[in-house]
Write a protein that binds this ligand. Structure first.
Ligand code: HEM
Length: 586
């Protein structure tokens, strides 16, 4: 098999199992399910910072040396550690998260009053989304990705299940008990917060042990992971304090002056640090851009980690202290600077290096990752304005809700969707179930988020005009539809088993391509014919999903007719390739 930049690793491993040793040497195959990564070699080399030419040279040497047909394909283990975390996060956000949020929002819109909802309900929604949707997604991905970027095994893997059980019990109990004032079982509130603390400590222990066990050189992203975990630990202990306050005071509402800054400490501290760490390590390959500007990214690290605790404390005391209020008006600028410095450092809006322009792969996730950063810029803009809108005023309250939403849905949820759509098919070595559904999610989520963020601002600045309340009230249903479709698409992908495509026995393989041959069969049985399709202008063959769908129905005759390609010329190019291949094999 000729190794080209577009050679799919799992196809190469299947044709030449002896190449597995080369990939293992570069630790390049521990993702991708039982057959290995469904990724073009050129992309994987860039993503893993391995020199492409050296890798291909070693692969060809391994193939020359051969292992021959008798080599058994070693069964690669599919690591599913992330799956229950991600599936549970989807269930939580589609029940007590987004659905609950959309109902609350419609109720507020009907009542034309943001104070018409019992704040404990909003806090229950907030907790379920912060720890349930975002927290569980980050934990699932971290358990899978961190050992791979650190080229080591996940330590204490068996503890991950305990971590899962405790965090889930804690989230469900707090969400239920804060929403339904059942005095008889109120004692379960502190119990649930303790369960969450234990779970987060186990998570931190596993991740720290795994990072410190790695012999890999320390990357600039490392400290972002570590800082993220420290902020998660701090947030969880603050949460414990808030829940004990509820229990002690026999009340169900955490004071807004504590809860709202806590939300931002969780988001700017834990979640931003984790997202930034993953972006630093992967975005340069995912978007085919230059590696990060280390100085700008380092500046973000220090400025953000110093500013976040000051932001938290200043907001907690802003209602009662003019010094704290002034501090809230000052501290937003270093935070905004840190975020903009990161966007500059990450080069997220810069042109592609075009290093991978010839590489055939699905890039639909790229727009989602870039759009998430557009929402982060919107978040930063609102963040700077809020402290100057009159402490405790309704307009400030509306801008606050808008900020939360731009950050949690526009940036974080969009990022989760972008990365899950890229990473989970990679984890499994297959394609995303439906690109069409991915694009529908993208449009619906951005529509809903846009309507929410800007209509809530207009509710504040217009003194509560009903039309803006109505738009705000409808926005949650767009987002629910978006996350529902995404959930279905991702669930189908996670449940898809990588078909162990029995090697089409040489005797059964096509010996000649005719006008009636299905496009899919040609590329499936002779992967290096893919380049010929591309050379003849069948660019959509670049898309693995199109190959699998359209390719199964389209015959060579149909395809050449559709694209106005000289069929005879195309057929002879394909058959020359196949004949050459078969001569080599036999
Ligand atoms: C996607 C659909 C969502 C809808 C329809 C929704 C709806 C709402 C509503 C109506 C409120 C109360 C009003 C306000 O504070 O402005 C609220 C507050 C909140 N939401 Fe959501 N939300 C959604 C997503 C999220 C996500 C993804 C997160 C977190 C990851 C989240 C976390 C919160 C928090 C923490 C609060 C309370 C903020 C505070 O009081 O300081 N929400 N949400």
């Amino acid at each position: 098999m000729e190794v080209t930049r577009n050679t799919i690793i799992k196809d190469l491993i299947e044709s030449h199992p002896e190449t597995l040793a080369v990939f293992k040497k570069y630790n390049l195959v521990i993702a991708g399910g039982v057959r290995g990564p469904n990724e073009p070699i050129a992309f994987f080399a860039k993503a893993h910072e391995v020199d492409y030419d050296t890798l291909v040279k070693e692969l060809n040497e391994a193939i020359e040396k051969g292992g021959g047909e008798h080599i058994e394909i070693p069964k690669l283990e599919e690591d599913k550690i992330y799956e229950k975390f991600v599936k549970t996060a989807l269930i939580l956000t589609l029940t007590v998260g987004v659905t609950f949020g959309a109902i609350i929002l419609s109720y507020i819109a009907i009542k034309l009053n943001s104070n018409s909802i019992y704040y404990a309900l909003i806090q229950a929604h907030g907790h379920a989304q912060l720890f349930g949707w975002v927290g569980l997604c980050v934990m699932g991905f971290a358990f899978y990705i961190i050992p791979r970027v650190k080229n080591t095994e996940l330590k204490h893997r068996n503890l991950a299940n305990i971590c899962y059980g405790f965090i889930l019990a804690g989230i469900i109990l707090i969400t239920l008990l804060q929403s339904i004032p059942l005095r008889s079982i109120k004692f379960l509130l502190p119990v649930s917060a303790i369960l969450e603390v234990i779970a987060i400590c186990i998570f931190a222990f596993i991740i720290f042990r795994t990072i410190f066990a790695s012999k890999e050189k320390v990357g600039i992203f490392d400290k972002f992971f570590k800082a993220g975990i420290v902020w998660l630990l701090i947030s969880t202990f603050i949460n414990l304090g808030m829940i004990f306050y509820l229990y002690k005071q026999a009340t169900y509402e955490i004071p807004r002056a504590v809860f709202s800054p806590f939300v931002h400490l969780y988001l700017f501290g834990f979640v931003f640090m984790f997202v930034f760490a993953i972006n630093i390590r992967t975005v340069f390959a995912f978007l085919d851009i230059k590696p990060v500007r280390e100085r700008a990214v380092n500046l973000t690290f220090w400025v953000l980690n110093i500013s976040v605790p000051i932001y938290f404390l200043a907001h907690m005391f802003a209602d009662g202290s003019i010094i704290a209020l002034r501090l809230t008006q000052v501290i937003v600028f270093p935070i905004a600077f840190a975020i903009i410095s990161f966007i500059y450092g990450l080069r997220i809006f810069e042109r592609s290096t075009r290093e991978l322009q010839d590489v055939v792969m699905d890039r639909s996730y790229a727009k989602t990752i870039r759009t998430a950063y557009l929402w982060l810029i919107v978040t930063t803009g609102i963040l700077i304005i809020i402290p100057f809108l009159g402490q405790g005023s309704d307009v400030q309250r509306q801008f606050h809700g808008s900020l939360n939403h731009a950050a949690t849905v526009g940036f974080i949820t969009m990022m989760i969707i972008g990365y899950a759509s890229k990473m989970i098919p990679t984890f499994k070595g297959i394609d995303m179930y439906s690109l069409k559904l991915s694009n529908t999610t993208f449009i619906l989520l951005n529509t809903g988020c846009f309507l929410r963020v800007f209509s809530q601002i207009l509710v504040g600045t217009s003194g509560g005009k009903p039309v803006f309340y109505a738009v705000m009230g409808s926005s949650g249903w767009f987002e629910l539809a978006a996350l529902g479709i995404f959930g279905y698409n991702l669930w189908k992908t996670m449940n898809a088993t990588q078909e162990i495509k029995g090697k089409v026995a040489e005797s059964e393989k096509l010996t000649e391509v005719t006008k009636d041959t299905k496009v899919f069969d040609v590329v499936d049985q002779y992967p290096d014919t893919l380049q010929i399709f591309l050379d003849f202008g069948f660019s959509q063959m670049a898309n693995p999903v199109m190959r699998k769908t359209m390719g199964r129905v389209a015959s060579i005759e149909m395809a050449t007719k559709m694209h106005n390609v000289d069929m005879d010329k195309f057929l002879s190019a394909l058959n020359d390739k196949i004949t050459a291949k078969r001569q080599k094999t036999f």
